[in-house]
Write a protein that binds this ligand. Structure first.
Ligand SMILES: [Zn+2]
Length: 206
């Protein structure tokens, strides 16, 4: 249904803190999308609306109405990203807007100054566009260090998701939430296996 880009499940929705802390034994899930693709706006939003589900989409602030330019060198096909208007409509429909930096950079590979600017300024700009506080952050490529997590916290976010595979546990760091990837190839049985068993939990291995 979601062409090309996968959705991910996590506890990292806007309700993260309350849900993870209060309903630790319940079957709680959050739906997240990375990068702000237009095909998510066109294909996923009507389904989310119909089912009454909320989700979080992590936007690349300097690429509104642009594309996944960071993928070009790897030969990944171009895919358009939402415009500011579409992002506002996404938010107006009750879906959450999170930050995925200004330029989709490897935060652990750029200088601390640039990393902090990518983290903090993207939050400020998204907040100004929506006239609201932005709480959710996602590390591009899952690239992070303890220092990067600290800057995300310092910049005012309340949670951050990684590309680490796994189910969220109540005692997880809210700035390092793992996720379960749901790709086009994930059929319903695999989906249930991923969500209801410890299949994805690499932290249990070894
Ligand atoms: Zn991304």
């Amino acid at each position: 249904m979601y062409r090309r880009r996968a959705a991910r499940l996590t506890g990292g929705s806007r309700y993260t803190r309350a849900t993870l802390r209060a309903n630790a034994s319940g079957k709680v899930f959050g739906i997240t999308f990375d990068d702000g693709y237009r095909n998510v706006f066109e294909n996923a939003l009507p389904v989310l609306n119909r089912l009454g589900f909320t989700s979080t989409n992590y936007f690349v602030v300097n690429q509104f109405d642009g594309g996944n330019v960071w993928d070009a060198q790897k030969g990944v096909p171009h895919s358009p990203l939402m415009s500011v208007d579409e992002m506002r409509n996404w938010a107006a429909a009750g879906q959450e807007v999170g930050s995925h930096t200004l330029d989709h950079v490897h935060l652990s590979e750029v200088s601390p100054e640039i990393a902090y600017q990518q983290i903090a300024q993207s939050r400020t700009e998204l907040g100004a566009l929506l006239n609201t506080e932005i709480g959710a952050f996602c590390y591009p490529y899952g690239s992070e260090t303890p220092g990067v997590r600290e800057w995300v916290r310092k910049a005012g976010y309340s949670n951050a998701t990684t590309t680490v595979r796994g189910l969220v546990r109540p005692d997880d760091d809210l700035f390092g939430l793992p996720r379960v990837t749901v790709a086009r190839s994930t059929n319903i049985f695999r989906f249930l296996q991923k969500c209801l068993t410890r299949l994805e939990d690499r932290r249990l291995s070894g």
